[in-house]
Design a protein around this ligand. Sequence first.
Ligand code: FPP
Length: 238
Amino acid sequence: MTADPRKPRHVAIIMDGNGRWAQLRARPRLFGHHAGAKRVKEIVRACPDLGVKYLTVFAFSTENWKRTQTEVAGLMKLFKRYIRREAQSLHEENVRVRFIGDRVRLEPALVDLMDGLELMTAENSGTNLTIALNYGGRDEVTRAARRLAHDVKLGNLDPREICDETFPRYLDTYVLPDPDLVIRTSGEARISNFLLWQSAYAEYEFIDTLWPDFSADVFADVLARYGLRDRRFGAVPV
Ligand code: FPP
């Protein structure tokens, strides 16, 4: 079966606006993050009907450590709770979960839960959910370059073989297709170090909706607009 070109196979989302959503309700920022976590589930569930096979969400960036200690600790606790609570239902819904980003700085208890969820869902064949945690595009590319240099040093890779097909094998996303569509919520029009290499030919949607208000209906509307786009990948239409 050929994939429908009007439907993006891989959608990546910068889930922005949790803090402002909470602020509008005079609540602490973490209240917004908890509301945002609930939306992740709804959006994952909407994927099969919308023809989205790969969903990648930006949960915590390499720059987010600069937030207050209270917010960082609250987010780490939220990630652990999310994995504990949602693991079984994600598995039952045939979702395959992966994490990208540098795990070295994450606490061992969180890394164990991440490893466990990846292992538990490794054979699943439904939606591929990738959660970017302590992820930064530049960090990913430099870590990849380090691994590649190591392979060259060991004699496993001839420098003449380095090209835009071999290099991505060293990225965290090596098993994933490039995103077709990157969505950022909350009205900010920037990419904030997300999937820098992989998004070279992605379409972008910057929408005003704050992430905790991003429902399955809003998602469907964004995808419908994507279906009207003319993707050329640098070529001229014939
Ligand atoms: C950006 O909004 C959001 C984050 C840094 C955290 C994203 C986390 C979640 C949506 C919840 C958990 C996710 C999973 C996968 C369990 P912001 O805080 O920068 O909002 P603001 O720009 O309005 O301040």
